[in-house]
Design a protein around this ligand. Structure first.
Ligand code: IMP
Length: 433
């Protein structure tokens, strides 16, 4: 059976965990392919709320094997904390979670540098999650990173650490006036984690391919979103990895022919955490109501999310970059608040109209949204269980977004629970079943 990619169509926090939840029953492996503990998934199963940062949300389903692929960056202390929390809730994470030996490690100097670099940038800061993600990926690209497999070979670990620290300590002391870090202390801490982490070390490429060969279904679960992609997002206000569908292939280690569904997750409006352009951003009373009604506070950092109207220019772009077979529209219920809804159909800048994502960053920064106005439905829709039972205005809204994004909306979510997902197009959950 083929693989399904689940990818955020906006700036992250679109509700990707909900799509995984929907497909989990028909799935054997859930693979995280990029990012690290900058992510935050909130998944509600029954009456239980789980907040996950690094461990794939597949852990919540006993028949699923959660996999951390080659493209992920792993902070061992954070992983252990998350594993222990899940262990207490009886989910046997030490027996089930698999981590690629090629995943890179987030080291203490990555966390420290993330803080210092942001501080030095002052007003120009990116608003990172301060988890060391960018510096860890930078070291990976510079070929001075340490990998998960290195934890289990003390000699190699120390060699690589000492080599990396020469440069890091110069940076810390000369540029940032900090005390140098001790290789012995870091080695003692990290090698101390190795014993407990050893059962997780897996040849995940082999696991993924033997599963595919055996006809099992795989979810490749993205973190963050398309507009935070290092290559395709609103650079430099992006994360340091590739959340887009292409990143799923490199980050998990499989070719495009294995994938036959790409689900784009998009909120019925837009949110963003951290700095960077956001053409449809709102402030004042509407923003306040959207934030409060949508519970728009980050799972990882608790930061208040910026909010704005749905932006079809972004949606069309995300569709182009990822090739969505389906859209999963989340949080439609949050819009029940408003008498009128606005949808951005194009940008205007210096007399030009852009229906597609502008090629130049300055345009995105200064773009003025061109809005279409649609009537709201002003009715609580959280108990609706069939798409056709939604108020006509809500259906018209969904169908207009679909038309503008140029990708079919298959699911619409009207609340956090699994039962609050409406099926708009009756297609098999897993293709071929
Ligand atoms: P970093 O990934 O911590 O380097 O942060 C880079 C940018 O990505 C910042 O604007 C963060 O707020 C944003 N970001 C990182 N992870 C997430 C996420 O899971 N959801 C939303 N924004 C994120």
């Amino acid at each position: 059976m083929p693989a399904t990619i689940i990818v955020g169509a906006q700036w992250g926090d679109e509700g990707k965990g909900k799509a995984t939840d929907l497909l989990a029953d028909a799935t054997d492996l859930v693979v995280r392919y990029q990012g690290g503990n900058n992510a935050g998934h909130t998944v509600i199963v029954g009456d239980e709320v789980f907040k996950l940062h690094l461990i794939p949300s597949g852990i919540l389903y006993p028949h699923v094997t959660p996999v951390i692929g080659d493209g992920v960056v792993v902070d061992p202390e954070v992983v252990l904390g998350e594993l222990d929390g899940l262990d207490e809730r009886g989910l046997d994470p030490y027996g089930r979670v698999k981590v690629s030996g090629n995943a890179h490690l987030i080291m203490p100097y990555h966390r420290e540098l993330d803080l210092l670099i942001e501080r030095r940038l002052g007003k120009a800061k990116l608003g990172t999650t301060k988890r060391g993600i960018g510096p860890a990926y930078a070291d990976k690209a510079s070929r001075v990173g340490l990998r998960f497999q290195d934890l289990f070979d003390e000699k190699i670990f120390r060699q690589k650490l000492e080599a990396a620290l020469v440069h890091k300590n110069e940076q810390l002391s000369r540029i940032y006036n900090r005390l140098p870090m001790s290789a012995d202390e870091i080695a003692e801490e990290y090698l101390g984690y190795a014993e407990r982490l050893r059962p997780l070390l897996t040849d995940t490429t082999d696991l993924i391919h033997t599963s595919l060969e055996a006809g099992r279904h795989i979810i490749l679960e993205g973190a963050q979103g398309t507009l935070l992609d290092l290559d395709h997002g609103t650079y430099p206000f992006v994360t340091s990895s590739n959340p887009v569908a292409g990143g799923a292939l490199t980050g998990a280690g499989l070719g495009p022919r294995h994938v036959d569904r790409v689900i784009g997750i998009t909120k019925a409006y837009v949110t963003r955490v951290g700095a960077g352009p956001f053409p449809t951003e709102l402030d004042g009373d509407i923003a306040e109501r959207m934030t409060e009604h949508g519970g728009e506070y980050g799972t990882t950092t608790g930061r208040r999310r910026r909010v704005g109207w749905f932006d079809a220019v972004l949606a069309r772009y995300a569709n182009r970059v990822n090739g969505f077979t389906d859209l999963f529209l989340t949080k439609l219920d949050v819009l029940s608040e408003f008498d009128e809804l606005r949808v951005c159909v194009a940008y205007r800048y210096e007399g030009e109209t852009y229906e597609h994502f502008p090629p130049h960053q300055s345009i995105i920064h200064h773009a003025e949204p061109v809005y279409e106005t649609m009537p709201g439905w002003k009715t609580d829709i959280t108990d609706v269980t069939r798409y056709d039972d939604l108020p006509a205005e809500a259906r018209a809204y969904v169908e207009r977004l679909e038309e503008l994004a140029d990708a079919p909306v298959t699911w619409v979510s009207v609340g956090p629970k699994r039962s609050q997902t409406l099926v708009r197009r009756d297609v098999p959950l897993v293709p071929g079943t």
